[in-house]
Design a binder for this molecule. Structure first.
Ligand SMILES: Nc1ncnc2c1ncn2[C@@H]1O[C@H](COP(=O)(O)OP(=O)(O)O)[C@@H](O)[C@H]1O
Ligand SMILES: [Mg+2]
Length: 378
């Protein structure tokens, strides 16, 4: 909303600024058209100038800056001109001003109140333009967000179909073979185990989808009791131990069984810890290790899960707890999953009044998840 003044000759600028100052406003005086163009880039509410301020050589450049305005902008110009110039305004530099649109021509000498009135209405028009600019910006951002969300959801649907489809194919294959009598009796238990494992994987995916639906509807509930957290942590470790062992990923444990009493739904907290631990196993290559520690810290119980795995890039780390988000979401990605585990984990931890956060020094540098739950005061 600055008032930029370009009136290089005589005391024009001084007189102008005094009038503007008496009207309770301030102006920025520019020495020449270059300075004016520089100041315009920093923002201008209105420009006040005298015709002699613009030499034919600079008129074109000034005009080009005005022509370059974004669609919402129609910078008001107040131009002082002599009667003679006003009469032949189509034939001289004033023609350029007409091109810029919002020009008010004032004959000299102008009365102070005329100038102030014109200035105020110019500034009011300018502030309307800024409102439109902000509105456009908000609209644009909203559209961009919506498009991104849409794309993420499309990818998610593809992922869900793929993830549900893979175990289903295995189930169909083994049942078809068994029904046609092509599985030897000795191999039947193995076939049944295969089918069972596939069905469990599907059931786990569906549980996550149901949890997501409950979160979206605000209907996810926990049933807390006063308890140590260690049983939930140990339960989750027992579940991932076989897959960690199969992958030759070492588990290092430092679990304090009496870290402190928290108010927790043990099943739900086991789900949280399992989510974090299974990610650690999934994203750590053979020969790596995962360290799990549970201890008291001030008035909190603190669970830390650190892995030596592939790490999370700085661009992605802010998004790990958002639903559907996976650093590698392409259909050729090497790791399975719906991208829901951490978002569900975060909701659950927050329902417990706790916090969860992620840290990584970057790609291939490992990841640490930290969960804190408040201790129950005796
Ligand atoms: N320990 C980890 N190491 C590296 N990346 C991780 C780790 N944990 C989570 N991530 C990243 O966060 C994403 C989201 O995790 P999550 O919500 O559990 O979904 P999913 O496991 O189904 O991909 C993962 O796809 C991965 O990109
Ligand atoms: Mg996961």
């Amino acid at each position: 909303m600055r008032i930029l003044v370009l009136a290089p000759f005589g005391r024009n600028a001084d007189v102008l600024c005094r009038v503007v100052g008496d009207g309770g406003m301030a102006c920025t005086v520019c020495r020449d058209v270059d300075e004016l163009i520089g100041e315009m880039k920093l923002g201008a509410g209105v420009i006040v100038l005298t015709t002699e301020a613009l030499q034919p050589t600079t008129v074109e450049r000034f005009g080009a800056v005005l022509d370059d305005q974004p669609g919402w902008s129609d910078l008001p110009l107040i131009v002082f001109a002599d009667d003679r110039e006003l009469l032949q305004s189509e034939a001289n530099q004033l023609a350029m001003f007409r091109r810029s649109g919002s020009v008010m021509l004032l004959g000299r000498p102008a009365r102070a109140f005329t100038l102030l009135t014109v200035l105020q209405s110019a500034l009011r028009a300018r502030s309307r333009q800024y409102e439109i600019r902000d509105l456009l910006e908000r609209e644009l951002n909203a559209r961009r967000d919506a498009e991104q969300l849409n794309q993420i959801k499309d990818e998610f649907l593809a992922t869900v179909s793929h993830e549900l489809g893979t175990p289903l194919s295995a189930i169909l294959l083994w049942t078809r073979l068994a029904m046609s009598g092509r599985v030897p009796a000795a191999e039947l238990p193995a076939a049944i185990e295969h089918i069972h494992r596939s069905a469990c994987a599907q059931s786990k995916l569906i549980d996550d989808l149901l949890d997501l639906a409950r979160i979206t509807a605000g209907k996810l509930v926990i049933v807390p009791t006063q308890t140590e957290l260690a049983p939930a942590v140990e339960g989750a470790i027992d579940v991932v131990r076989p897959s960690a062992g199969a992958k030759r990923v070492r588990l290092e444990l430092a679990i304090d069984p009496a870290a402190g009493t928290v108010s927790a739904d043990l099943n739900r907290m086991q789900q949280v810890v399992w989510n974090v631990l299974s990610n650690a196993v999934k994203f750590t290559a053979a020969g790596g290790s995962i360290r799990v520690s549970l201890q008291r810290e001030d008035d909190h119980v603190r669970l830390q899960v650190s892995d030596t795995g592939r790490g999370i890039s700085p661009d992605f780390i802010a998004h790990v707890f958002e639903p559907f988000r996976q650093e590698n979401a392409s259909s050729t990605r090497p790791h399975a999953g719906l991208g829901l585990g951490l978002s569900i984990a975060k909701q659950l931890v927050e329902l417990h009044g706790g916090t969860i956060s992620a840290e990584s020094a970057g790609a291939m540098k490992g990841t640490t998840f930290l969960i804190r739950l408040p201790l129950v005061r005796p």
